[in-house]
Design a binder for this molecule. Structure first.
Ligand code: FRU
Length: 482
């Protein structure tokens, strides 16, 4: 066992803070639920190959959302097809009748057989360790819609029934149920709304509190498999109200709100039943443009750092704010701090970079443009994240192995939500990823990065245009004793 742990630690690109399967292919997070002291993470899994194929549900549990224990595969394909994405809820009141008056876990997922996608359920009476598929499956037949998948179930307390949202082409459909077995069509949302380039996948719907006013609104979160903010897969959301049957958006029809502006934050899902109404989301840290080719071995794909969500008003509009889970703070040790100095135009300050995983927090006031370079060194290869006026950009041209996809490299620009000459960047780096949280999480950018393995790495803070006043730089390392 110990030996195994060591192996995992030394594998090239293997993250420490981010969940990866021990081996083989993984995509979407599924069935995220907190139950009896454990966070459960199920995931789209192909146990025989490092490429997508017959989908199973892999399984892991954690007490702190950082250290995960791998468990046996939870759901296997069967005569109704592959097991596509879905969700898990706690049936506290035994509405399903599966738990002899007690309670337990119910999974709802898509059964996919060739072109036919239908919804099914399974239940577990032993904390998710073993599952039994319901003999009445599928519980929702296909209504003649090709892309009809990824059910996300919630308990809607105000109407005292189950509500479910699933993706159907370029819209979502809502259903309701008293018992998780019989489902009635409630409403549809999304035709012509928000980003429409790709197929809608993996929806989620949840209430969120406004950080300042305490007001509660509903967020409908949706993955689109093409046309994301930096190309390919992306995650958009709508803010509005939900009465258990119908979602009423607040924003304008063609306005697009992205949850993350990077290239690698997809199929985001939130945990059900987390205490204190916390809303914790994690996503698959990849992009369908190149997911099947990313050169890691013997596994492929990682999950993002779990994030806590809330609402805040930015420039007059309510937006989703995200920060990494608090348990991260319990595992940090301070590595280096600097404060109060100026960087002239075209100059940079170079700081020794610790071994990943680490986080660098940079607070600056800048005239026109600055950037932070990570995994930098004499070879000029690096990941950059920069701001200039109203734009944020990232660039990852110079990784070691980028030839596997032309979509992986390049410089990507996005409009900032608010333009200011002050910025705080909190940048979380692991062995093969960089997650940036800008201005207390009002903008997030998640990207894979495959750094060149060199003995000395640097963090550079560079003034690209005008002067930059660096108020502080603080670097923490993380050790979660994997
Ligand atoms: C999203 C997705 C889902 C589907 C699953 C199949 O990445 O395409 O819509 O259920 O992956 O693995």
């Amino acid at each position: 066992m110990e030996k195994n742990k060591e192996l995992v630690k030394t594998e090239k690109y293997r993250p420490h803070l981010h969940f990866t399967p021990q081996e083989m292919w993984m995509n979407d997070p599924n069935g995220l639920v907190y139950f009896e002291g454990e966070y459960h993470l199920f995931y789209q899994y192909h146990p025989q190959n490092k490429k997508w194929g017959p989908m199973h549900w892999g399984h892991a549990v954690s007490k702190d959302l950082l250290k995960w224990q791998h468990l046996p595969i939870a759901l296997y394909p069967d005569e109704l097809g592959y097991i596509f994405s879905g969700s898990v809820v706690v049936d506290w009141e035994d509405t399903s009748g599966f738990f002899d008056g007690g309670h337990g876990l119910i999974a709802m997922f898509t059964h996919a057989k060739e072109e036919l996608q239908r919804q099914s359920i399974a239940y577990s009476k032993d904390q998710g360790r073993t599952w039994k598929k319901y003999e009445g499956n599928p519980v929702i037949e296909n209504p003649n819609i090709q892309d009809f998948r990824d059910p996300k179930v919630i308990w809607h307390e105000a109407s005292r029934q189950w509500a479910m949202v699933l993706a159907a082409g370029k819209k979502v459909i809502f259903y309701t149920s008293p018992d998780l077995k019989s489902w009635s069509l409630a409403s549809e949302f999304g035709e012509g709304w928000g980003a429409q380039e790709g197929t809608w996948e993996c929806p989620d719907i949840f209430p969120l509190q406004h950080q300042t006013t305490g007001e509660q609104k509903w967020v409908l979160q949706i993955g689109i498999d093409a046309g994301g903010p930096a190309g390919g897969s992306g995650t958009q959301y709508f803010i509005g109200d939900f009465d258990g049957k119908t979602f009423s958006p607040e924003q304008r029809k063609h306005e697009i709100y992205w949850l993350d502006l990077g290239k690698d934050f997809y199929a985001a899902q939130s945990f059900s039943d987390v205490p204190d109404e916390q809303r914790i989301v994690l996503a698959w840290m990849s992009n369908w443009q190149y997911a099947n080719e990313v050169p890691t071995h013997p596994w492929r794909s990682a999950m993002s750092i779990p994030r806590e969500l809330s609402l805040q008003t930015i420039d007059g509009e309510d937006r989703v704010i995200q920060t990494p889970v608090k348990t991260l703070e319990e595992n940090k040790e301070s590595f280096h701090s600097l404060s109060s100095f100026e960087v002239e135009q075209g100059e940079e300050v170079e700081i020794r970079q610790p071994r990943a995983p680490f986080r660098v927090i940079v607070e600056v006031e800048y005239e026109a443009g600055f950037e932070v370079q990570l995994f930098a060194g004499e070879d000029g290869k690096k990941f950059s994240i920069g701001l200039n006026g109203k734009e944020v950009y990232f660039e990852r041209d110079f990784g070691e192995e980028t030839s596997f996809s032309s979509d992986f490299t390049g410089r990507f620009h996005q409009q900032l939500l608010s333009s200011t000459k002050k910025a705080k960047l909190s940048i979380l780096c692991d062995e093969s990823s960089v997650e940036v949280f800008l201005n207390e999480g009002e903008t997030a950018l998640t990207n894979l990065y495959l750094p060149v393995q060199k003995t000395e790495q640097q963090i550079n803070v560079r003034s690209t245009d005008g002067k930059t006043l660096v108020h502080s730089i603080h670097i923490d390392r993380f050790d979660i004793n994997r």
